[in-house]
Ligand binder design. Structure first.
Ligand code: NAI
Ligand code: MG
Length: 489
C-alpha cells in the first residue's frame, strides 16, 4: 500500500473500487511505490455508466450557456489547483515539474475555456429539398462517452477529451492509465465544486484489460475516444464491434523529422533533438520525431549539432529546476526501450551518443538510482528497413536516416505504417507546401516541431488512428446528427 490513496469518482462520490482492489503507483524517478489507486473492474464501470445514464436526461436540458459556465468554473478551479496537480503528475509519471507547471497545466486551463466557448455554437443546418417540406438537422449529444487515456500526458489528454465530450452535452466515464492515474483522480475532485451534477463526470481507475475492456464493451456507452498504442487500438476496435460503438483513435507514431540542406541548421538541430524526441517526457510522446531524415550534404554537420544538444540534456530528478528530461514511466516501458537499444546494435546502427541506462545515468549513489533513466540516444547509419526505424520505441531514442533529394525524402517519410506527425525544415516555400500536401500524416510542422494547440485538430492517419482531438472537430465528433422533415403540404 502506498503513502497516498486516490479514489474513483462515481455518481459524484469519491469511492474505492467495489471489489476493494488497489494498484500501486510508482514514482518512476525512484522506482518506489508512492501512492495507490483503485483497481476498478467491470462492477465499477457498470456503476459509473449507470450514474452517467441517470444524469443524462437532466444534463441534456442544461442550456448551452449554463454548460459553458460550468466548464469555465472548472477551468478556474483547475488554474487554482495547477501547482498541486503538476506536483502529483510529476511524481507519478516523471515529466519535469517546471514543464508541467509552465506548459501543460496552463494549456489544460485554456482547453476548458476554449471548449466552454463552443457550447453555445453547436448548430445544425436547414436543407432545402423542395417547397413542401421544412428540413433541418440537429446536433445532439451521443449520450455516455467512454474516454481511455495513456500515461504520457494524463492531464492534457484528460482535459482535451473530457472538455470536448462535455461541451457537446454528453456524460463521461473516463479510465486513466494504470501507470499514471493520480493527477487525473485529483483533478476529478474539482467537478463537484465547479457545480457539475453528480454522474455527469465519472472516473474509474483500473487495468486496461479489466476496467478498460468493460468500458469498451458496455452497451450503455455510445462512443469511446482512446489515445494509446496501435495494438491496443486494434483490440478495442474488435471489442467494440458487438455494440457497434463509434470510436475515435489517436494511436502510435514513427514520425519523420526532415532536415534539408537549405534549412536554418541551428533551428533544425534544436527542433529535431530537444524539440522532437529528447523531450522532457523522455521521448514518450506519440508525436516524437524518432526518425530524423537528413539531406546527405549536411549529414555530418547536423549530426554533430544533434549530439551536442543531446549531451546538453540534463536527465534527473524531475522536481529539480535544472532537469530537462525525466525518467521512463515504468519498469515495463524501461525494459522495452532498453530492448530497442540492443536491437539497434544488432541491426548494425552506429551509436552516436547516449546508450546508458538506469543508475549509470544519474550516479550509482544517487537517491534516484532506482529510477528508470535512459540517456538521450542517437543512432546513425540507419536505413528505414530496420526495426528501430519502423517500430514505436516511446523513449529518448532517435535514428538518423540520410537522403539525397526531395523524392527520396518523401518516399522514406511515407514508408511507415504510421501517419501521426512530420516535421520539415527548409527555407524553400514551394517545397514546404509540397511536403505539407504529400506527407501522409495528420499533423505537419514546417520549421517547427511538436506544436499543438487546443484550437487545432490533432490526430492521425493510417495506423495512427482516426478522429481528432482538439479544435471544434473533436466536439462535433462527440455529437450525432438528427435529420428532421416537417411536411408543409
Ligand atoms: P496501451 O495503449 O495499452 O494503454 C493506453 C490505455 O489503454 C491505458 O489506459 C490502458 O489501461 C488502456 N488499455 C489497455 N488495454 C486495454 C483494453 N484491452 N481495453 C481497453 N483499454 C485498454 O499502452 P501501454 O501498454 O501502456 O504502452 C505500450 C506501448 O504503447 C508503449 O511502449 C508505446 O509504444 C505505446 N503507447 C503509445 C501512446 C501514444 O500516445 N501514441 C501512449 C501510450 C503508449
Ligand atoms: Mg506512477
Amino acid at each position: 500500500m502506498g503513502e497516498v490513496r486516490y479514489r474513483n469518482l462515481v455518481g459524484g462520490e469519491a469511492c474505492d473500487a467495489r471489489g476493494g482492489g488497489t494498484i500501486d503507483s510508482v514514482d518512476p524517478s525512484t522506482g518506489a511505490v508512492w501512492a495507490s489507486i483503485p483497481r476498478g473492474t467491470a462492477t465499477d464501470i457498470d456503476a459509473a455508466v449507470a450514474a452517467a445514464r441517470a444524469a443524462l436526461p437532466a444534463w441534456k436540458q442544461v442550456p448551452p450557456l449554463q454548460r459553458a459556465a460550468l466548464l469555465r468554473r472548472y477551468a478556474e478551479l483547475l488554474a487554482g489547483a495547477s501547482e498541486e496537480i503538476a506536483r502529483i503528475e510529476c511524481r507519478d509519471m516523471g515529466r519535469p515539474f517546471r514543464e508541467l507547471l509552465a506548459g501543460d497545466l496552463p494549456a489544460c486551463v485554456q482547453m476548458w475555456h476554449f471548449h466552454a466557448g463552443i457550447c453555445d455554437k453547436l448548430h445544425g443546418d436547414t436543407v432545402d429539398v423542395g417547397f413542401t417540406s421544412f428540413n433541418f438537422t440537429r446536433r445532439e449529444p451521443i449520450g455516455v462517452i467512454g474516454v481511455i487515456i495513456p500515461w504520457n500526458s494524463p492531464m492534457s489528454l484528460f482535459s482535451a477529451k473530457v472538455a470536448a465530450v462535455l461541451a457537446a452535452g454528453n456524460c463521461v466515464v473516463l479510465k486513466p492509465a494504470e501507470q499514471a492515474s493520480c493527477s487525473v483522480l485529483a483533478a476529478a475532485e474539482l467537478f463537484a465544486q465547479a457545480g457539475f451534477p453528480p454522474g455527469v463526470v465519472n472516473v474509474v481507475a483500473g487495468l486496461g484489460e479489466e476496467a478498460g475492456d468493460a468500458l469498451v464493451r458496455h452497451p450503455g456507452v455510445g462512443r469511446v475516444t482512446f489515445t494509446g498504442s496501435t495494438d491496443t487500438g486494434r483490440i478495442i476496435h474488435a471489442a467494440a464491434a458487438d455494440t457497434l460503438k463509434q470510436l475515435g483513435f489517436e494511436l502510435g507514431g514513427k514520425s519523420p523529422n526532415i532536415v534539408f540542406a537549405d534549412a536554418d541548421l541551428d533551428a533544425a538541430a534544436a527542433g529535431v533533438s530537444t524539440g522532437g524526441v529528447f523531450t522532457g517526457g523522455a521521448g514518450q510522446s506519440c508525436i516524437a520525431g524518432s526518425r530524423i531524415l537528413v539531406q546527405a550534404s549536411v549529414h555530418d554537420e547536423l549530426v554533430d549539432r544533434i549530439v551536442e544538444h543531446a549531451r546538453g540534456v540534463v536527465v534527473g530528478d524531475p522536481f529539480d529546476a535544472a532537469t530537462t528530461m525525466g525518467p521512463i514511466v515504468s519498469d515495463v516501458q524501461f525494459e522495452r526501450v532498453r530492448s530497442y537499444l540492443s536491437i539497434a546494435e544488432k541491426e548494425g546502427a552506429t551509436l552516436a551518443t547516449g546508450g546508458r541506462t538506469g543508475a549509470e545515468v544519474v550516479g550509482l549513489d544517487s537517491s534516484h538510482a532506482g529510477g528508470y533513466w535512459v540517456e538521450p540516444t542517437l543512432f546513425t547509419g540507419c536505413d528505414n528497413t530496420m526495426r528501430v526505424c519502423r517500430e514505436e520505441i516511446f523513449g529518448p531514442v532517435a535514428c538518423v536516416i540520410p537522403f539525397d533529394d526531395d523524392d527520396d525524402a518523401l518516399a522514406i517519410a511515407n514508408d511507415t505504417s504510421y501517419g501521426l506527425a512530420a516535421g520539415v525544415w527548409t527555407r524553400d516555400l514551394a517545397r514546404a507546401h509540397r511536403f505539407v500536401r504529400d506527407i501522409e500524416a495528420g499533423n505537419v510542422w514546417v520549421n517547427a516541431y511538436r506544436r499543438i494547440h487546443w484550437a487545432l485538430p490533432f490526430g492521425g492517419v493510417k495506423d495512427s488512428g482516426h478522429g481528432r482531438d482538439s479544435g471544434i472537430e473533436s466536439v462535433l465528433e462527440n455529437t450525432q446528427l438528427k435529420t428532421a422533415w416537417i411536411d408543409l403540404a
